[in-house]
Design a protein around this ligand. Structure first.
Ligand SMILES: Nc1nc2c(c(=O)[nH]1)N[C@H]1C(S)=C(S)[C@@H](COP(=O)(O)OP(=O)(O)OC[C@H]3O[C@@H](n4cnc5c(N)ncnc54)[C@H](O)[C@@H]3O)O[C@H]1N2
Ligand code: MOO
Ligand code: MG
Length: 420
C-alpha cells in the first residue's frame, strides 16, 4: 500500500530545520584569500583613523592667527621653513610667520592649525629664501583632517558574519589584519541517486538523462558560501547506496542527496534513513515544487533528501539548506531577502500549496518587476537558467495577473533577512 504522507506548512518545516542548526567554527586565512568569506570575529578599531592630523591638500600649513589681518590688499607673508610629503614627519615647530610646504596626506607640523591650498597662495623667493603669501583669512582647523575624526580607537566597525567585500577588505588592511579570522566553510556532501543518471561526459542512451542536479547543487553550495564534496552518483540499489551515504556522513557537516525520496518502488531514501536510525523531521511539505523534500537528523548532522526533479531540488536547497549554511557562517540574516515586486506576466494556475515560482527581477524606471523565468513545472531544468528570484504565492490562491503585487525571494542578494 502506498504510504500517505501528511504535508506540513513551509514555515513549520523551516523551523524544524532551524532547530537542528549548528554553530560554525573559525579559521585564519591570508587577507589575499578572504574575498566573499564571512568574518569570524567583530572588527574593532585598534587605533584612531586617521592616526595623526593630516593635510587634505597640497599647499601650506601654518597658524591661522597669522592671517587675522589678511585681505585682498593686505597679503600676509610667510617664510617656508620645511617641505614635507606624505610619509614624512615634520621636524620644525612653526613660529609666527612660518609655514610648511605640505602635501596631501602628510602629518601637520606642530604650531600649524590650518592648510591653504597652493591655488590660494603665491609662492616666490626672497633673499634666496622660499616664501609664500596669502590674501585671505584662515580659520583654526580649516583644511585639517583631524586624528580620529573618522574612527576612534576601540570603535566597533564590522560585525562577525559580515561578508568580506572590497570595502571590508580595505578596513581589514587599514587595521593590519594580514591574517583574517573567518568562518570555516561547512563541508556539504552531495550524492545523486538514480539508475537513469549519466555522467556529464557520456552520450545520451535510451531512457537515461545526464545528472544535472549534482552540478546545480554544487553551484548552489558555492553561492551559499560553503564547500562542496561530491560522492558520485548511485544506481537505485539499496546496499551500496546505504554504505555510501553512511560513509559520506562521516566526512561532511551536512549531507544532501537528490532523488529517491518519494513513494516510488526505487525511491530508497526512506528505507536508508530507517536503517541509519536517522530521525525524520518531515517528509512532505505543503509547497510546490519540492513537496517531497525530506529532512532527517543523524547524530549531530543534517541529512537533506532533496527531490530528484531539478526545479524541486533547486527550491528545496534554497529554502532549507541555505539558511543552515548561512547560520554556520555566523550570518545574522540567514534567510533569503524578501521584496515586493510587480508581476509582469500572468500566472493563472491555482495554488493549493504555497508555490515558489521561478522568476527574474528587472529594475526599470524605479520599478521592480518580476517576470516568469519559463515553464514552472517541478521536472523542468531550463527555466532555472533565467531564475534570479522565487515568487512566493500563498496556498489557496487562484492565480495571479500581470500588475499584481507579489513577494519575491532574491537568490543573488548578499543581503538576507533574519526570519523566513
Ligand atoms: N505516487 C506519487 N508519485 C510521485 C509523488 C507522489 O506524491 N506520489 N510526488 C511527485 C513529486 S511532487 C516529485 S517532486 C517527485 C520526486 O521524486 P524523487 O525525489 O523520488 O526523485 P526520483 O524519483 O529519483 O526522480 C524524479 C525525477 O527527477 C529526475 N532526476 C533524478 N535525479 C536527477 C539528477 N541528478 N539530475 C537530473 N534529473 C534527475 C529523474 O530522472 C526523474 O525524472 O516524485 C513525484 N512522484
Ligand atoms: O516535490 Mo514535487 O512538489 O513536484 O516538486
Ligand atoms: Mg521517485
Amino acid at each position: 500500500m502506498v504510504e500517505i504522507r501528511k504535508p506540513i506548512p513551509v514555515q513549520e518545516a523551516i523551523e524544524h530545520v532551524w532547530n537542528h542548526r549548528h554553530q560554525g567554527c573559525t579559521e585564519y586565512i591570508s587577507i589575499n584569500d578572504c574575498d566573499n568569506r564571512s568574518l569570524g570575529e567583530n572588527i574593532v578599531a585598534s587605533h584612531a583613523v586617521p592616526p595623526f592630523n593630516k593635510s587634505p591638500y597640497d599647499g601650506f600649513a601654518f597658524s591661522s592667527e597669522d592671517t587675522l589681518h589678511a585681505g585682498l590688499n593686505n597679503p600676509v607673508e610667510f617664510d617656508v621653513v620645511e617641505h614635507i610629503g606624505a610619509g614624512q614627519v615634520p621636524t620644525i615647530r612653526l613660529e609666527q610667520g612660518q609655514a610648511t610646504r605640505i602635501m596631501t596626506g602628510a602629518k601637520i607640523p606642530e604650531g600649524a592649525d590650518c592648510v591653504a591650498m597652493f591655488e590660494v597662495c603665491k609662492t616666490y623667493e626672497k633673499n634666496n629664501m622660499a616664501c609664500m603669501s596669502i590674501k585671505r583669512t584662515m580659520k583654526a582647523g580649516q583644511n585639517i583632517i583631524e586624528e580620529g575624526s573618522e574612527v576612534s580607537e576601540g570603535e566597533k566597525l564590522i560585525k562577525r558574519g559580515t561578508l568580506i567585500n572590497p570595502g571590508v577588505k580595505a578596513l581589514l588592511a587599514t587595521f593590519g589584519y594580514s591574517e583574517v579570522k573567518v568562518a570555516k566553510k561547512p563541508v556539504v556532501g552531495v550524492i545523486a541517486t538514480g539508475t537513469e543518471l549519466l555522467d556529464v561526459n557520456e552520450p545520451l542512451q535510451p531512457g537515461k538523462i545526464r545528472n544535472s542536479n549534482a552540478y546545480m547543487i554544487e553551484s548552489q553550495i558555492l553561492r551559499a558560501g560553503a564547500e562542496y564534496k561530491y560522492f558520485g552518483k548511485l544506481a537505485d540499489e539499496f546496499e551500496p547506496s546505504y554504505q555510501t551515504i553512511k560513509q559520506a556522513l562521516e566526512e561532511v557537516d551536512i549531507l544532501i542527496t537528490t532523488g529517491g525520496v518519494s513513494v516510488g518502488d526505487f525511491d530508497l531514501m526512506p528505507a536508508i534513513y530507517e536503517k541509519l536510525g536517522a530521525s525524520i523531521l518531515f517528509n512532505k511539505v505543503a509547497m510546490r515544487p519540492g513537496s517531497v523534500t525530506t529532512v532527517a537528523s543523524n547524530g549531530n548532522k543534517l541529512l537533506f533528501g532533496l527531490s530528484g526533479n531539478p526545479s524541486a531540488c533547486y527550491v528545496g536547497f534554497e529554502l532549507f539548506v541555505r539558511p543552515i549554511i548561512h547560520h554556520s557562517l555566523f550570518s545574522k540574516t540567514p534567510y533569503l531577502k524578501r521584496i515586493n515586486a510587480t508581476l509582469a506576466d500572468d500566472f493563472p494556475k491555482p495554488n493549493p500549496f504555497t508555490r515558489f515560482v521561478r522568476n527574474y527581477i528587472t529594475y526599470e524606471n524605479g520599478k521592480i518587476s518580476a517576470r516568469l523565468a519559463g515553464v514552472d513545472k517541478s521536472n523542468v531544468v531550463t527555466s532555472l537558467a533565467h531564475t534570479t528570484g522565487l515568487m512566493m504565492l500563498p496556498g489557496g490562491t487562484r492565480g495571479f495577473k500581470s500588475g499584481d503585487e507579489v513577494e519575491v525571494l532574491l537568490l543573488n542578494s548578499s543581503e538576507g533577512q533574519l526570519e523566513f
